[in-house]
Design a protein around this ligand. Structure first.
Ligand SMILES: [Zn+2]
Length: 244
């Protein structure tokens, strides 16, 4: 028995060259779910938004039949397909993230744009998967194996290893353009920031800064003080890059 598969758009990056952007046949012997079959070819289920079998939308647990034609689509950038897709994945209205240990630079950039992103160098795969599942956070990683874990429902594979490009991937794929809130999160600890009256930061920032700056922000969690001078220019640059 065999099925014919075709993967679309960036899902092809997970495939060996000879299987990219074309239909190919895959044999199977025992009953298999479409999810299992797709993951055995190297594509994590978190990257998939729509599966059509013989032109009808199916869920991950669909058992493939001999000669099925399976078309697999990634997260759509410009279309809302929640009404069509049978994949049972609760929608996330406020995207929040947890990132794996290799993504420290991306994490700082996401926080700079105001996105809630948990990160801890000590967290191993098991913990990351669990945190993602329990708190409904999108798991960011370049580790395909991590995204294949059963409990991970919301994940995102980053195709680039460059932090600026990764940020662009996240912003574009998840439509975050209009959700950017510069300086809403602490870069160090992810805590929310709030404005503080100038007199409250006296002695906590360099004297010169105090003299020339009027607006200060403080992390509610770790109490670190921020002001536009230090981060503002870099922040503008990162935002411009993320939107480009
Ligand atoms: Zn903080």
């Amino acid at each position: 028995m065999s099925v014919i598969l075709r993967f679309y758009e960036e899902l092809n990056d997970f495939l060996p060259r000879h299987r990219r952007r074309k239909s190919f046949s895959v044999p199977y012997t025992e009953p298999r779910s479409v999810k299992d079959l797709i993951e055995s070819l190297g594509i994590p289920h978190t990257e998939i938004d729509l599966i059509l079998v013989n032109d009808a939308s199916v869920g991950f647990d669909y058992l493939v039949k001999d000669k099925d034609r399976v078309a697999v689509y990634p997260m759509f950038e410009s279309m809302d397909i929640t009404a069509v897709s049978k994949l049972d994945r609760p929608p996330l209205r406020h995207p929040e993230f947890v990132a794996d240990v290799h993504l420290g630079k991306l994490v700082r950039r996401l926080r700079l744009l105001g996105f809630d992103c948990l990160y801890n160098k000590e967290w191993r795969d098991r913990e990351l998967a669990l945190i993602s599942a329990q708190s409904q956070r999108i798991l960011l990683t370049r580790d395909v194996g991590l995204l294949k874990r059963q409990i991970v429902t919301h994940g995102m594979y980053l195709h680039s290893d460059d932090p600026s490009k990764q940020l662009r991937e996240v912003v574009h794929r998840l439509h975050l353009k209009n959700r950017i809130q510069p300086l809403a999160r602490c870069l160090l600890c992810n805590g929310p920031m709030r404005k503080v009256p100038k007199e409250k930061v006296r002695g906590r920032v360099p004297e010169k800064t105090y003299a020339y700056t009027d607006e200060f922000l403080e992390c509610e969690n770790c109490k670190k003080i921020y002001w536009k001078g230090t981060h503002w220019k870099r922040l503008q640059e990162i935002i411009r890059n993320a939107l480009s």
